[in-house]
Design a protein around this ligand. Structure first.
Ligand SMILES: Nc1ncnc2c1ncn2[C@@H]1O[C@H](COP(=O)(O)OP(=O)(O)OP(=O)(O)O)[C@@H](O)[C@H]1O
Ligand SMILES: [Mg+2]
Length: 357
């Protein structure tokens, strides 16, 4: 695979506030990459820098082997859909979609042909003479997408393209955009603060926090191998514990010894455990088990969520765990009952952390 887009050490400040700190990543040709992170972490700023709509203070941007760092937006090769999709309200669907083609002085025949192609791509052939106010949110979103795709850009930039839509339409358009992107093979950078959206759509996720990239990984690896406590906590639910190193492959938590798969290098550790990796057990083994008290059980259909409190000396912690139905049916799992839980060596993920818990 070849790198299509390279962002190298890009920093951006607004006055004294540093919105982006040394951000670097690469996007492969045809890839769909999601920039994911909480509100205000710098996602839109990063996208605008790639488009040339915002000037970086330092760093480089290279698209298809061409340095574009200092080029104005109209000399770069991208299509963009903004956070609020901003169609021209006084132009029809047809004129919105062909806007970019007309400014590029294409012949009427070519424009008409491209328009029909795009209308059929987004399934809105019968709406071409309508105005944006006569369309639903989802339809407007598809028109915005068609407008961005009209000049066949090499790079598609999407800033929270689904955030203004209700949950059902959003879910439908998620797979529609993903299919369209794969069909066209257009390299895409999409910004979102919705982890489900990123997990379900992205080939790779760039996870950002406070202007810094925390981790770049496939959705599967980001979930199962988070590098930092922020990554573990932001993607899905997680339990975080403080622990101390015992040996290279064992640690102490709550006065108990736990074996772990990862090689331990530091004495003070932060451990992340997913709720689905905590098992209720009848057996107390020498290692990797804890006893706790069931504080809550919430039935959620196919499984339940349990809140189990474990304590040792002054350390007290409520763990969230998933209880599959067979556990849920057990009579002993009642509020205030004592249970033993097993945290297997592979369930313990050592993460870097600046969190105080
Ligand atoms: N033109 C500007 N002038 C000053 N500060 C700005 C400007 N644009 C963005 N910022 C600040 O930079 C930070 C990052 O903004 P950005 O819009 O990139 O966030 P975001 O991650 O896209 O958030 P959201 O999910 O809410 O859209 C914010 O704290 C914001 O207030
Ligand atoms: Mg934004």
């Amino acid at each position: 695979m070849t790198h299509y887009l390279t962002v190298k050490n890009v920093s951006k400040s607004f006055g004294k506030f540093q919105a982006l700190q040394n951000t670097s990543f690469e996007v492969q040709e045809g890839e769909l990459v999601c920039i994911l992170g909480p509100s205000g972490c710098g996602k839109t700023t990063l996208l605008r820098v790639i488009a040339g709509l915002e000037e970086q203070n330092s760093g480089q941007i290279i698209q298809q082997g061409r340095e574009i760092t200092n080029l104005p937006p109209d000399q770069r090769d991208f299509g963009i859909v903004f956070q609020s999709y901003a169609l021209f309200p006084n132009l029809s669907v047809k004129d919105n979609i062909t806007f970019g083609l007309k400014t590029r002085k294409q012949s009427n025949e070519i424009i008409e042909q491209r328009l029909n192609e795009l209308l059929s791509l987004i399934g809105l052939e019968s709406h071409k003479n309508k105005y944006p106010s006569q369309l639903s949110g989802g339809e407007q979103q598809r028109v915005a997408l068609a407008r961005a795709l009209a000049p066949s850009p090499g790079l598609l930039l999407l800033d929270e393209p689904l955030s203004a839509l209700d949950a059902k339409v959003r879910q439908f358009l998620r797979s529609e955009i993903k299919n369209l992107q794969k069909k066209l093979g257009v390299t895409t950078v999409m910004v979102t603060h919705d982890q489900e959206e990123a997990l379900s759509m992205a080939d790779r996720i760039i996870l950002m926090n406070k202007g810094v990239i925390e981790q770049i990984d496939t959705p599967q690896d980001l979930y199962s191998k988070p590098h930092t406590s922020f990554a573990a906590d932001f993607i899905g639910k997680t339990n975080l514990f403080k622990a101390t190193k015992n040996t290279e492959h064992s640690l102490m938590m709550f006065g108990q010894n736990f074996e772990c798969h990862q090689l331990l290098t530091q004495n003070e550790l932060m451990v992340a455990v997913r709720p689905e990796d905590i098992k209720i057990t009848d057996q107390i083994t020498k290692n990797n088990t804890l006893s706790g008290v069931v504080k809550e059980i919430e039935f959620l259909g196919s499984y339940s969520i349990g809140l189990i409190e474990v304590s040792h000396n002054n350390q007290r912690k409520s763990l969230i765990c998933h209880l599959p139905l067979d556990n849920n049916a057990r009579n002993d799992l009642k509020k205030n009952s004592l249970v033993n839980i097993l945290l297997s060596p592979q369930s313990l993920k050592i993460v870097n952390s600046d969190l105080q818990i």
